[in-house]
Design a protein around this ligand. Structure first.
Ligand SMILES: *Cc1c(COP(=O)(O)O)cnc(C)c1O
Length: 351
């Protein structure tokens, strides 16, 4: 018998959102509008070159991102989705018995990637669906190597504000890497959710994560990145699986960055729909937090699995976290309406 890593054997695998032919998919926080037009054109153009390895240095993408954010390219590292970048960051700082602190519930990849990187996950309970930054700072010990702050948080959709985030970053010791995951940045109101790049760009222990999977509609091509201090970024780059970001993904991301007007237009529609869905759910008697992302969180507790099963029966896939809540992605207006009709039909099962 091969000796396997006990921590990995015990680990629960990532549960991807379901896909069923013909169903409305509101389970994975994807953009419902398809590829951006310039991206679709570029992808078609590039298929002829796919027998070759991609540019390992992702030079064109790094330069485009550097121009986009107004920072030197040496402060940016890319990966096959920001999930891979999370893993690269963890590998860059990991140590035997190193602890990784994050709020819980939060992004389901954090505990998995932490364990795979050999770290120990420290889950700090949310307060009223919000990451408790005071408790998270208090959970930092001499063994802590990295802290994830997911802003806004997946799956609860809630942000942490500027004052709380500033106080937190000031309080965490400088040898601990603070990773601020802004996967839903484009959907957030800048007056409510601070832009961590603008706020902490000069901090030696803060890295900001962004992705092309959500507002840029590239979830299937796998590309994300982080921005941080050059000394950290150099190590994060080493931890990337060689050539993990395909040529298609690199070029599609460059094309997507050029389409900010279409991205902004789509985001505005999604934000309007999010607010419509939130109001409609509240009118049905649901108590849900204000969302700063492209999904809403229904804290249904013990009714979560039943609610998701009811939606599935009606042809709409949502994401249940049994015993906690249900996360519903904002889709096309007609998809959201189909969901709301089902939500209106639902009655909790008698217990
Ligand atoms: C969706 C998401 C990501 C992005 O994942 P990719 O690997 O870039 O597709 C990262 N963080 C959070 C919190 C997410 O919800």
């Amino acid at each position: 018998m091969v000796l396997l890593r006990p921590s990995l054997v015990e680990l629960q695998s990532y549960v991807p959102g379901r896909k069923l032919p013909g169903a409305v998919v509101l389970a994975s926080n994807e953009c419902p509008y398809g590829l951006l037009p310039e991206v679709a054109a570029r992808v078609t153009e590039l298929t002829g070159g796919l027998s070759r390895y991609p540019d390992m240095g992702a030079t064109r993408l790094l330069d485009a991102l550097a121009a986009h954010h107004g920072v030197p390219a040496e402060r940016i590292a890319v990966g096959a989705g920001s999930s891979e970048v999370c893993g690269q960051l963890l590998h860059a700082v990991s140590a035997p018995d190193g602890e990784v602190v994050f709020g819980w519930r939060s992004f389901e990849a954090y505990p998995i990637l932490t364990t795979v990187a050999g770290g120990t996950a420290v889950r700090v309970p949310l307060r009223e669906h919000v990451q408790d930054l005071d408790a998270m700072a208090a959970a930092v010990t001499r063994r802590t190597r990295l802290v994830f702050v997911c802003n806004p948080n997946n799956p609860t959709s809630t942000p942490v504000g500027e004052a709380a985030l500033r106080a937190f970053v000031d309080r965490v010791p400088e040898q601990v890497l603070i990773v601020i995951d802004e996967a839903y940045h484009e959907y957030a109101d800048p007056a409510v959710v601070p832009d961590a790049l603008a706020l902490f760009g000069d901090r030696p222990n803060v890295v900001v994560l962004r992705t092309f999977s959500k507002a840029y509609a590239l979830a299937g091509l796998r590309v994300g990145y982080c921005v941080g201090p050059p000394g950290v970024i150099a190590q994060v780059r080493k931890a990337q699986t060689p050539f993990s970001v395909s040529a298609l993904a690199q070029e599609a991301a460059v094309a997507a960055l050029g389409e900010h007007e279409e991205v902004a237009r789509r985001v505005a529609v999604t934000v309007g729909e999010r607010d419509r869905v939130t109001r409609a759910l509240r009118a049905l008697g649901h108590d849900l937090p204000d969302s700063q992302a492209n999904f809403v969180w229904l804290p249904l507790g013990a009714d979560s699995a039943g609610f998701a099963a009811h939606c599935l029966d009606g042809g709409v896939i949502v994401r249940a976290f049994p015993g906690e809540g249900v996360r519903v992605t904002i889709g096309l207006p007609e998809e959201n309406s189909a969901f709301l009709t089902l939500a209106g039909d639902w009655t909790p099962t008698l217990r």
